[in-house]
Design a protein around this ligand. Structure first.
Ligand code: PLP
Length: 352
């Protein structure tokens, strides 16, 4: 990908070097406009990374000590980490068979202290947002979407990140749209909340040297914004490629005994970020594929609830089971059909 885009990226870097503009500026404004239009949301605010987006969202909603925030037991650690960072209590919800927050268990976790719920669109598959929002109607509980893995996913005509009060994205290099370093995005429906987020991520400054509230530096790096502006025009084509490859995986693997495939990956509420299969022979399959030169990854080997930093004395059976079963096969827009066929042949050979 970066070999293909190298010339464009270098030209962009050279221009910024010449201008000497490395914070804020028109590249950040352009990224903001692109995101607002693409996601069809009133306010899009680029920021330093996806973790910051989540933490700033909690701060903007004034969530802190004595508050409870519900997050799924299986996710990238950021989702839980930010809740602890603002001093609130993390309440874990088990996940369903797809690895998404279990909406049947969720109501039993709501208490008088629940201030927010952070659903995670894990692997790029969206949580059923209409169902989730029904559970919070008239409760005053905020929904913050962790859409870090779901850029480009759409449910009932609405983009991931645009259902909740605030949506948080990551442009970490391995994401479907990735920077050449760290970057993130906040999307917001409400103008006052958007204004507060802009203040929070810029030292509380309304204008130079006027600090209205306590904030910090959570701004996006201008260079990263510029690189994202170079890459965005290719995004839809990359998505089509990902979807095509994901479909090939399904065609080859869906009838194979011994594995469960992510059959909904071709639907529009999945952005085909990861092609994650489930098998009880996960570790042996991973080792076998590695021997054949095929790289795979485990998302994630431990539920957050089993990590030392968050350990809780409660069972999360589905999250635990999935962390033992899941394996992500190679999927990115620069793979070829032949590569996918070869991976599938090796997977088939393993099970035979
Ligand atoms: C589900 C989830 N949440 C949050 C993040 C945090 O994003 P970042 O790495 O940009 O801080 C990531 C990505 O790493 C993620 O996958």
């Amino acid at each position: 990908m970066h070999a293909d885009l190298a010339d464009e990226l270098k030209v962009k870097f050279a221009k910024l070097l010449e201008k000497g503009l490395f914070s804020g500026g028109e590249e950040v404004d352009a990224l903001e406009k692109t995101m607002r239009e693409y996601l069809n949301v009133p306010h899009a605010i680029p920021c330093a990374n996806g973790t910051d987006a989540l933490e700033l969202a909690l701060r903007a909603l004034e969530i802190g000590p004595d508050d409870e925030v519900i997050v799924p037991a299986l996710t990238w650690v950021s989702t839980a980490e930010v809740v602890s960072m603002v001093g609130a209590k993390v309440v874990f919800c088990d996940v369903d068979g797809h690895g998404l927050m279990d909406l049947l268990q969720l109501p039993s976790l709501l208490t008088a202290r629940t201030r927010a719920i952070i659903p995670v669109h894990l692997y790029g598959k969206m949580v059923n947002m209409e169902r989730l929002l029904k559970l919070t109607v008239n409760t005053g509980i905020h929904v913050i979407e962790d859409a870090a893995q779901a850029f480009g996913a759409v449910q009932r005509g609405r983009s991931a990140g645009t259902y909740g009060a605030i949506g948080c994205f990551s442009f970490y290099p391995t994401k479907n749209l990735g920077a050449l370093g760290e970057a993130g995005l906040l999307v917001v429906q409400d103008a006052a909340l958007a204004e507060k987020l802009r203040l929070l991520l810029n030292h509380g400054q309304s204008r130079r040297d006027r600090h209205e509230i306590v904030g910090r530096n959570g701004r996006v790096d201008t260079l990263q914004a510029a690189f994202l502006n170079v890459k965005f025009p290719y995004f839809e084509a990359w998505q089509q490629k990902r979807k095509g490859l994901a479909k090939s995986y399904l065609d080859h693997l869906q009838h194979l005994k011994g594995i469960t495939v992510p059959s909904s990956i071709v639907e529009e509420d999945h952005n085909a970020h990861l092609f994650t299969i489930q098998t009880v022979q996960r570790d042996a399959l991973k080792a076998y594929l590695a021997e054949k030169g095929i790289g795979t990854a485990v998302h994630y080997p431990l539920p957050v609830t089993a990590m030392r930093a968050f350990k809780v004395n409660k069972e999360f059976p589905v999250a635990s089971r999935l962390s033992n079963l899941t394996l992500s096969l190679p999927l990115h827009p620069y793979l070829h059909e032949d590569d996918v066929r070869r991976v599938c042949e090796e997977v088939q050979r393993f099970f035979q």
